[in-house]
Design a protein around this ligand. Structure first.
Ligand code: NAP
Length: 288
């Protein structure tokens, strides 16, 4: 029951109507028996500063931040954790005493999702498809997991070059930008690729027919591929991976675990049995 004692959390974004975060966080809170409520706040263009002041004024305990404010929110933080600064995005704001601290939980989310699938990245070469906002979190996750090298392929080569420069500046992991022709030639780094992480929005609902690597010869050598898209649950890219004999995973696991980490930053460690139980409920609901 919501009372005068109930702690308020939420997610801000624009648009925000389709967010799954309230379902996820309220389920975790209920299972953990915590007196909290989590809702969504539609922050319209130009209103981020007011929204942030409101957080403070209304004593809201923590928020998630989604598109388009993950970068802009940083200026209001008293501290941005290194991982979030590296990823270039804050998706979770935590009140620590009088301070607002910015975190990014996407790296952990992806790590946990891969761990659940039994994927080992250490020493491997990984194909990163796309070079947009979330691809940085993917690169950081790969570097932290001990990936040997990444090949980046993206429609806009310049953005892939920026991602490569970021990786080389911060990490030991080697990075190469490749074209579609290079990918299909099977030469050089391509020979070593056994894992792919699809980070573009191509194939996302409602444009479900899209596939960033349609008809590529790479599929036959992929053991496992992750598509960060979660709607639809199976993208055309994933279908091609499966058809060629590989394992294909969608972005739901990442979505779930980035939420779990945010929750734990606010409320402390959850019992693993709660995390596992809610995972099953979340997957079941989201797969329908
Ligand atoms: P973004 O910054 O807008 O980047 C979009 C990426 O898609 C860029 O690489 C872009 O290439 C590429 N792209 C877009 N339209 C294309 C087209 N027609 N042909 C070829 N490439 C195209 O978006 P983002 O924030 O990185 O998110 C990307 C995807 O990740 C979304 O589907 C999002 O739902 C998903 N995501 C999932 C999770 C999760 O928890 N599972 C978390 C975050 C994001 P250019 O550089 O050439 O424009």
């Amino acid at each position: 029951m919501i009372t005068g004692h109930t702690a308020v959390f939420g997610v801000i974004g624009n648009p925000i109507e389709h967010t799954f975060s309230p379902f996820l966080h309220n389920m975790l809170a209920k299972e953990a028996g915590l007196d909290m409520v989590y809702t969504s706040f539609h922050v319209k263009e130009g209103q981020l500063e007011n929204a942030f002041k409101g957080l403070n004024g209304l004593n809201i305990q923590g928020i998630n931040v989604t598109i388009p404010y993950k970068l802009e929110i940083m200026q209001y933080m008293d501290e941005v954790k290194t991982a979030a600064a590296n990823v270039g995005a804050v998706n979770t704001v935590v009140r620590e005493g009088d301070k607002f601290v910015g975190y990014n939980t996407d790296v952990f989310g992806l790590q946990m999702s891969l761990e659940r699938e039994g994927v080992t990245l250490e020493g491997k070469s990984v194909l990163i498809i796309g070079a947009g906002g979330v691809s940085r979190a993917v690169a950081v996750m790969c570097a932290e997991a001990g990936v040997k090298s990444v090949a980046i392929i993206n429609r806009t080569i310049e953005k892939a070059e920026i991602l490569k420069a970021f990786i080389e500046d911060k990490y030991e992991m080697s990075a190469e930008v490749i074209t579609r022709e290079q990918l299909d030639s099977g030469e050089g780094i391509v020979k070593e690729l056994s894992i792919a992480i699809q980070t573009t929005s191509v194939g996302m609902s409602p444009n479900v027919e899209g596939n960033p690597l349609e008809g590529s010869s790479i599929y036959s050598q992929l053991d496992i591929a992750v598509d960060l898209i979660y709607n639809p649950g199976e993208t055309k890219f994933m279908s091609e991976v499966r058809r060629a004999g590989g394992i294909a995973v969608n972005g739901l696991g990442m979505l779930y675990y980035q939420g779990v980490m945010a929750f734990e930053l606010w409320q402390g460690k959850l019992d693993p049995s709660i995390v596992n139980k809610c995972y099953d409920v979340f997957m079941d609901k989201m797969s329908k």
